[in-house]
Design a protein around this ligand. Sequence first.
Ligand SMILES: [Zn+2]
Ligand SMILES: [Zn+2]
Length: 164
Amino acid sequence: MLAEACAVKRFCDTVDTMSEQQLCTRCKKNPRPNNGSDPRRRWCNSCHAAYVKEWRAGRTVTDEGRRRDICRSYANVYKRRGKLVPPGACEWCHEPGELQMHHPDFDRPLLVIWLHPACRREVEAKGAVLDQGPALIREVAASTRSPRRKRSEILAAKRAKEGQ
Ligand SMILES: [Zn+2]
Ligand SMILES: [Zn+2]
């Protein structure tokens, strides 16, 4: 076992004194990295690389999923800041209760329709089209960007200031 570790890592000097604790806990064959990397790491470099590869393979994120996640986390920041506030009732069944954010368009994180968790599942499963009217008004209100002024308005304001 130790001879094998030696052949791979060429740790001839250290292999003799190497205890079981200094071996990779995953393959129990290779020595643990001893080159200034994280001392808490109990796996050899090849085991760690294999682990990272497996981990990534199990988490293939589709582009749609990524867009959805970015959209939701963006909206959550606005919710925490109190810029996105749920209305008094679910916008599907019109009953009060705990509401969740539903995004009809992942490219517009501030366009939010508030639904009960169960209603949201129903809407998303059916692909139901909801009235976006109130959500469109809230989207504008939630945006922190000040409304764009026209060039003529900027110049008029400048002239008014100079005229004083
Ligand atoms: Zn290993
Ligand atoms: Zn509802």
